[in-house]
Design a binder for this molecule. Structure first.
Ligand SMILES: [Zn+2]
Length: 300
């Protein structure tokens, strides 16, 4: 009998869907993937059962990596994630190790994205880099000397909640003026609708497109948000002197001109000793695949 391919199961748990895929250890690519709506599972055990039924014995499973909101690397649990159907502390690592009998690593989604960028993306030659995801929220993962920074409680690198504007816009964390309240996709949409007194349904990409087409409200929002993002990135660089910053997420990956505007704000604001030394790029990885690769890379 032919020897089975060794695979890692990557799982990306989101507020809407759970995506899962098998990533070949040798091939370093997704061999199979699927997803399910998350809210049908009243417990995480039910979700694990369903994933188990779907992957069956397709390959030899050697590890599981899970990226989840508020996923804690040290405890292997999800802790009080606001957008998930399960409340309180969910011991994911334990649930999956019991069911599948292979080592399981849990981390928050931004840390998983950072690991994915290091293993599969542009940051492979940059042991000191910052990954920032600009989606529904703003997440970040920090690599120092080739290692993910976890901090004393596994929650290091919440740069989205750096307060960057005194008494600024309200943030989902209950405070005011966080970077997330200006630079997330949600924040771009909210600011645009407020300033244009509109209730239309638009995406962050629409705001970016309107900015590029000269819409004055979109321009005001984008110029201000990009200024705040560039300034924040300049501040973060003083903390650990990365050689690369990777931006991930719909609007940050909307083209070279967007990136150039962020770069220009960053370079204007950064301390002189770092100027011209930090590569600011958008992620090579796109869409749902990157989350699966990121989750799997936790065990690579
Ligand atoms: Zn906040």
């Amino acid at each position: 009998m032919e020897k089975q391919k060794q695979v890692i199961l990557g799982i990306d748990i989101g507020g809407t869907n759970v995506a899962f895929g098998l990533i070949g250890k040798e091939e370093k690519k997704i061999l199979w993937k699927d997803s399910e709506p998350i809210h049908q599972f009243s417990t995480a055990e039910e979700m694990a059962d369903r994933i188990g039924q779907k992957i069956q014995n397709k390959f030899e499973l050697i590890g599981i990596g899970i990226g989840a909101p508020n996923g804690n690397y040290y405890t292997g649990s999800i802790e009080f994630a606001p957008n998930l159907p399960w409340k309180g502390i969910v011991p994911l690592k334990q649930i999956f190790e019991n069911k599948f009998g292979v080592p399981t690593v849990v981390s928050n989604d931004a840390n998983a994205a950072a690991c994915g960028e290091y293993v599969f993306g542009k940051a492979g030659n940059h042991p000191n880099f910052l990954m920032m995801t600009l989606g529904t929220g703003v997440g970040s993962g920090l690599f120092v000397d080739g290692k993910l920074v976890l901090g004393s409680d596994g929650m290091a690198g919440e740069l989205g909640h750096f307060m960057v504007v005194p008494n600024g816009r309200p943030c989902g964390c209950g405070r005011n003026g966080c970077l997330e309240a200006y630079a997330s996709s949600t924040a771009l949409i909210k600011q645009y609708l407020e300033k244009s007194n509109s209730q239309e349904t638009i995406s962050a990409k629409d705001v970016v497109d309107r900015w590029k087409n000269g819409d004055p409200v979109a321009t005001e929002v984008m110029v201000n948000s990009i200024e705040i993002l560039g300034m924040s990135l300049a501040n973060f660089v003083t903390i650990h002197s990365p050689s690369m910053i990777v931006l991930f997420g719909g609007w940050a990956q909307s083209g070279e001109s967007t990136l150039e505007a962020i770069r220009s704000s960053f370079e204007k604001n950064v301390l002189e000793i770092y100027r011209g030394k930090v590569e600011l790029v958008s992620s090579l990885l796109e869409g749902s695949d990157s989350a699966l690769l990121g989750a799997a890379s936790l065990v690579f």
